[in-house]
Design a protein around this ligand. Structure first.
Ligand code: MLT
Length: 259
């Protein structure tokens, strides 16, 4: 899969994987804020942004394989830092499971390790069908937008909300359905957390209602070398909503890897 991607900066490689139904545009503040010190590679996952939109179910493993292929194309063979937000975090955990030697450290942001409940999986299938039938992303945009951001961002920072809304509106129904169906069949990885041997940053927005701090705390407690950072004035898109605090936490973590 020939993924579109941003590739910015010198230094050790940090891969950032966006959430659903977004694109690498959500990492703009990390590309500028972290990309001055590190080489930040941020792909558009399949079906998203400017990447190809194949047919079928986009499993987290297939998306992880796409990212591994991208790193190969870029001739990056050494272990790298893999960060992912929400769906990107599911993909990061899949990369950890499938390519452990390629992961230097993990950053799990506004995400979770558990699988969907049967009800959640059914809900995703219903949404996928509805989006395909309507041939429009708008119902997903309307349902997700208010849940992506904290109240302050939603009410006072339209300049943050509008660009993500525009990204979501451009998603193709096939891309939305592929990702929803892939997330619905993702495995429960909670049992794998104690075996994660690399340093891990678990970062979460204080007001994330999709993957709340309680889940982040449980995940951080289960991973042996994890540190937890809770970002104030941040919802599900904490690194995008409060980049100064999130970038400082990310840079602290990346710096700690040098010792
Ligand atoms: C995301 O932000 O990637 C999604 O909300 C994840 C999900 O629906 O589980």
């Amino acid at each position: 899969m020939d993924l579109a991607f941003a590739d910015q900066g010198p230094g050790p490689v940090v891969v950032l994987l966006h959430g659903f139904p977004l694109s690498r545009a959500m990492w703009q503040e990390q590309l500028s804020g972290i990309g001055s010190t590190y080489r930040v590679i941020a792909p558009d996952l399949r079906g998203h942004g400017e990447s190809p939109v194949p047919e079928g179910v986009y499993t987290m493993d297939a998306m992880a394989d796409d990212v591994a292929e991208l790193l190969e194309t870029l001739e990056i063979s050494g272990p790298v830092v893999i960060g992912g937000l929400s769906m990107g975090g599911y993909v990061a955990l899949s990369l950890m499971a499938r390519y452990p030697t390629r992961v230097r450290a993990l950053m799990l942001m506004d995400t979770r390790a558990g699988a969907d409940t049967p009800e959640a999986a059914q809900g995703r299938e219903a949404t996928a069908k509805a989006v395909l039938a309507a041939d429009s992303a708008l119902s997903v945009v309307d349902a997700m937008l208010p849940r992506l951001f904290c109240k302050m961002t939603l009410e006072q920072r339209p300049e943050r909300v509008e660009p993500m809304k525009a990204v979501m509106e451009k998603m193709s129904p096939q891309g939305i359905a592929g990702a929803l169906r892939g997330m619905a069949v993702r495995p429960d990885r909670r049992g794998e957390l104690p075996k994660i041997a690399v340093p891990t940053l678990v970062l979460v927005g204080e007001d994330d209602v999709i993957a709340p701090p309680t889940e982040a705390k449980a995940m951080a407690a289960a991973i042996p070398h994890a540190r937890l950072e809770v970002v104030p004035q941040g919802g599900h898109l904490a690194p995008y909503e409060n980049p100064s605090v999130a970038n400082a936490a990310i840079l602290r973590f990346l710096k700690s890897l040098e010792h």
